[in-house]
Design a protein. Structure first.
Length: 135
């Protein structure tokens, strides 16, 4: 193996460890879904997104997930990714109430329709995990 291939493999392994911690099995589904059409995209999500970026010091996993929830809400049209990250937010210790608060806060900057879409995604994830009703 060349130095570049070793570095590539090491970055992927480091990213996979972070991905497993944050997403559990659901993270593998996203990567696996790319294997037949865009395996390099899957590799980059793991190696770069999780190995290089997500694992950086400076923000805790909960803080990173709050940023991600806000960005995906603001983008709109990212509901499948938002679903994965609502689930990940619960995995890293955010409460359902904190997740809903992030969407309420996002409504100021991203708009009510996008916040409503995000809450709809959260409802689905919370229901699947037996976390409804919240109050």
């Amino acid at each position: 193996m060349t130095e570049n291939e070793t570095s590539r493999a090491e970055r992927f392994a480091a990213g996979k460890a972070v991905l497993d911690t944050v997403h559990g099995d659901s993270g593998h589904g996203v990567i696996d879904s790319l294997a037949d059409i865009a395996p390099e995209l899957g590799h980059q999500i793991v190696a770069w997104g999780y190995g290089d970026i997500y694992s950086r010091p400076g923000l805790e996993p909960q803080q990173r997930q709050l940023v991600t929830l806000g960005i995906l809400t603001a983008l709109g049209g990212s509901e499948p990714q938002l679903e994965v990250h609502v689930d990940a937010s619960l995995n890293v210790g955010l409460t359902p109430e904190q997740i809903i608060e992030a969407f309420l806060h996002s409504s100021i900057y991203a708009g009510i329709p996008r916040a409503l879409n995000a809450v709809g995604v959260a409802r689905k994830v919370f229901a699947e995990r037996g976390l409804l009703p919240l109050n």
